[in-house]
Write a protein that binds this ligand. Structure first.
Ligand code: LMR
Length: 396
């Protein structure tokens, strides 16, 4: 029966974690997957999470099935976080939010829903993009193309190229846009550039699907989430997938969401009914714990403030590590301008290293980044940054 099954290639990101786990190099550093590690190289358990879990444990609840669309309080809190508590989309009831299995789950539920709604549409992702974008939308049955995003020679966004590609896209084309902390490049559009992109999306009647997996890792929660408000203000209807994996350090809980902004409350009810069909036929309904924790934190003023403070600490430490990496590269004798490392935002630096150089980094030094040259600067700390800088300097 299975003799014809071909061996699939390793996942370009999570496959690296498998390889890393098997590596016996005592100096190994995993800068492959987008995961934040603290100054001690440990995955943090946020105090806000710890306190929320203690409160939940003090009043333990039986674990019945959640509704298909997830924990109601969670969905409401996410909606308010993403769109604003008193925003018109929330108060009018024309936005629906369903709990999803991380940001990836939100993208997949959205992809399946869109495939039914717009079966002949193409999907455009940025060039380059998070590797899983192409895979998710291809698996959902779409033809996936790219729009210009990054100009490697200038180490900047090719904004003219980006606009030209969107201008050329057929009506209805689904465009996946990174709301903040572009993965993998770390280069985000400016607010003024977003305005231009939104005008094109509107004029060309494209279907925007925002991916916001890193809210809070560039400037702050409000600043990073501002692009959602711009799409609302433009009168567009759209999808947005969000995640608390990184911002709550709750990777393994798979706690994310898909929100869909529709035209009115009636349309919202119909959309929700279809999203529920997608969830029910994929995994029935989502798990309770992560959503209960996040919902508890978001609804409690004190815990929410604590969470925002801890998120701010992660953001600040990543920025400090960017600078340390630059300093370390200079100390290791790199004479090229590497200031781009501190210009980029979010968890990643797009190093510009070739695939061969990334393979050498891995094999000779145990320093793991993706073949595309992406390294997770959020996993650097004072103990490993110089080693990483020296390894990069040697392969450069
Ligand atoms: C990443 O880009 O490394 C993260 O989003 C984790 C993942 O699922 O790939």
């Amino acid at each position: 029966l299975f003799s014809a099954v071909a061996l699939a290639p390793r996942d370009p990101i999570l496959g690296l974690s498998e390889q890393f786990a098997a590596d016996t190099n005592p100096n190994k550093v995993n800068l492959g997957v987008g995961v934040y590690f603290d100054e001690n190289g440990k995955l943090p358990l946020l105090d806000a999470v710890r306190k929320a879990e203690a409160a939940l444990q003090a009043n333990p609840k039986p674990r019945g099935y959640l509704p298909i669309d997830g924990l109601g309080s969670y969905d409401q809190n996410v909606k308010e976080l993403v769109f604003g508590k008193t925003s018109e989309p929330v108060t009018s009831g024309r936005v629906v939010t369903v709990q999803a299995l991380g940001g990836t789950g939100g993208l997949k539920v959205g992809a399946d829903f869109l495939k039914q709604l717009l079966p002949d549409s193409k999907v455009l992702i940025s060039n380059p993009s998070w590797e899983n974008h192409r895979a998710i939308f291809t698996q959902a049955g779409f033809e996936v193309g790219t729009y210009t995003y990054y100009d490697a020679a200038r180490r900047a966004i090719d904004f003219e190229g980006l606009k030209a590609d969107l201008e050329r896209a057929e009506q209805g084309t689904i465009v996946i846009l990174h709301a903040c902390c572009h993965n993998p490049t770390g280069y985000d559009l400016t607010p003024a550039q977003w305005d231009e992109i939104i005008a094109i999306v509107k004029a060309r009647q494209l279907t925007p699907f925002l991916d916001m997996a890193y809210q809070g890792f560039s400037q702050g929660l409000a600043e990073d989430g501002a692009v959602v408000g711009k799409f609302v203000a433009a009168g567009l209807t759209f999808l947005v997938s969000t995640s608390f994996s990184k911002s709550f350090s709750l990777y393994g809980e798979r706690v994310g969401a898909l929100s869909v902004l529709t035209q009115d409350k009636q349309e919202a009810a119909r959309v929700l009914s279809q999203l529920k069909v997608k969830v029910r036929t994929n995994y029935s309904n989502p798990p309770t714990h992560g959503a209960a924790v996040v919902s508890h934190v978001l609804a409690d003023a004190e815990l929410r403030a604590l969470w925002e403070e801890e998120l701010g600490e992660m953001r600040t430490r990543i920025k400090a590590m960017r600078q340390k990496l630059v300093d370390g590269l200079k100390a290791a004798g790199v004479s090229q301008d590497v200031s781009y490392i501190t210009t980029q935002v979010g968890m990643f630096s797009y190093s510009g290293l070739t695939k061969e150089e990334m393979v050498r980094l891995r094999e000779e030094f145990g320093v793991y980044g993706t073949d595309s040259g992406r390294i997770c600067v959020a996993a650097l700390n004072s103990n490993n940054v110089d080693y990483v800088a020296q390894a990069i300097a040697k392969v450069m």
